[in-house]
Design a protein around this ligand. Structure first.
Ligand SMILES: [Cu+2]
Length: 325
């Protein structure tokens, strides 16, 4: 049963408003007068803290080696019904918010010309750190940048760069022409030290994103080809120096590390599939598929590199059935 079919009555209208364009026209934006023709989208996103295990089986199924300890206090973004009523259910269809389990955060969608509002609630009940919501790809002014700096003079302009625990903040965006692709979003608030971390070894600058505060934005326009399935993949790394509860450094797909723990994606033969892939941190990653290839705009390939804060959007037809790495 799909999520939509579960919805009925007034609650349904409210829940869907968080996912799909409302009927009201976008309000004209002073600095983006050309972008007022789209729909208005509204998301309710909560910052949540929870225990998370990067390697639930405790074993690397490629080598059979034991791995761990691999659990720590994580942070993530989760989408809610309007007014932060309750978490939205998973919606793993093209255009849906995805698993909505916190790592990565909900998949946010917009069409060129839309305006978007994101209401952020800081519900980080474990650390009680200030947090923020910072997007790539959409257009915003400094009040919606969500990027904290130590400059005192900045504080008044950069409201929303350090939303205290228990508070909410509303960010406003327009979706400019040329933004069609995949983008990341993440926390960009005050540097923090994970409890027990050695200040001389840890890098506090990106602690909250390292703990799981990131997600993917998909922007489309009327030329974006229809696909049968979209797969979302986020590369990120955690370091033992930053999070002393971890036995080692971990390289993750959607918050999981090592074969047998990382997500398994299933695509029926013949389907057209689009991957939206993003990376944060300081490592270079390679996205490599076995058994399948795609045309990257210049040539056919099965491997593409991904630097920090960059994304890939690839499409192909699933024409080689099998279990592939
Ligand atoms: Cu960024």
């Amino acid at each position: 049963m799909t999520r939509r079919s579960l919805l009925g009555g007034a609650a349904a209208g409210g829940a869907l408003a968080a996912l799909t364009p409302a009927t009201m026209p976008a309000s004209a934006s002073a600095h983006d007068p050309g972008q007022a023709s789209g729909k208005h989208r509204e998301y309710w996103v909560s910052v949540e803290s929870f225990r998370h295990n990067l390697v639930p089986t405790g074993i690397d199924q490629m080598t059979g080696a034991r791995v761990g300890p691999s659990s720590y206090w994580a942070l993530g973004f989760r989408a809610y019904t309007p007014g932060f009523g309750h978490p939205l259910e998973a919606e793993e269809t093209p255009g849906g918010i995805g698993p909505n389990n916190g790592i990565p955060g909900p998949l946010l969608h917009a069409h060129v010309g839309d305006t978007v509002t994101v209401h952020l609630r800081n519900n980080d009940s474990h650390f009680r750190w200030p947090h923020s919501f910072h997007v790539h790809g959409w257009r915003y002014d400094t009040a919606s940048d969500g990027a904290w700096t130590h400059l005192k003079a900045d504080a008044a302009k950069r409201r929303g760069s350090a939303v205290p625990y228990g508070h909410t903040y509303t960010y406003r965006y327009t979706v400019p022409a040329g933004a069609v692709r995949t983008w990341p979003y993440h926390d960009h608030s005050i540097p923090q030290l994970y409890p027990g971390a050695n200040p001389s070894k840890a890098n506090p600058m990106e602690t909250s994103p390292e703990l799981g505060m990131f997600g993917i934005i998909a922007v489309i326009d009327k030329h974006t080809p229809r696909v049968d399935r979209e797969i979302y993949l986020f590369f990120h790394d955690l370091y033992g120096d930053d999070i002393p509860e971890l036995s080692q450094d971990f390289d993750c797909f959607n918050g999981r590390a090592y074969l047998g723990n990382t997500p398994v994606f299933t695509v029926p033969a013949g389907e057209r599939v689009r991957w939206r892939i993003a990376a944060l941190g300081k490592e270079f990653q390679v996205f490599h598929l076995h058994g399948l290839r795609w045309f990257n705009g210049q040539f056919w390939t099965d491997s593409q590199i991904l630097g920090p804060s960059t994304t890939l959007t690839i499409e192909y037809t699933e024409d080689n059935p099998g279990d592939w790495l």
